[in-house]
Design a binder for this molecule. Sequence first.
Ligand code: DC
Length: 206
Amino acid sequence: MTFTVAIDGPAAAGKGTLSKAVARHFGFAHLDTGLLYRAVGAKVIAGADPVSAAMALDPVDLEDDSLRTPQVAQAASKIAVDPKVRAALEDFQRSFARRSGGAVLDGRDIGTVICPDADVKLFVTASPERRAERRFKELQERGLETSLDQVLADVKARDARDGGRVTAPMVAADDAVLIDTSDLTAAEAIAVAVKAVSAARKPDAP
Ligand code: DC
């Protein structure tokens, strides 16, 4: 059985939490596609050429904890505007989406470009201020030095770049279910997402 759930949206909207929860609930595999771009961004910071780095990407590269810093996030957003980088990462994402047993992929262009035929599409969003607050708290808990103003500026810069690029801009697919998590708890947002996925599953699915 293949069943693909596409979850898109801006940085820190809650895509990661929702994707993991949906994957756990239905027993699907999960791919955070932002990690692919972050891994390329990290290699570029270290001096690599973006397209070569994308073509040579290894799944073990995604397991590095240092990918979750604001610097790597900005580098990822910058290399992600390059159509050649994006093309180099397509096959990996599409084969993950088709794996047997169901898959959840989260990113920016999953429902529009990578898996336009996904069984369910969710577009998860929240106000920039709410997203910045959440990301700031998360970074503080991890002991990373930053300020709320800096995080908000980073969130807005990434929104503008990810949403304004020519190739595969971040945009909700026409058939996506919109979830605004600004005033929802994680549990409430998860309930909405699980309901949307349940509604799309065939009655005889396991
Ligand atoms: O989801 P994230 O914050 O880890 O993503 C980091 C950057 O990677 C994001 O700002 C833009 C890029 N990205 C993308 O262009 N397409 C995706 N499917 C996922 C991420």
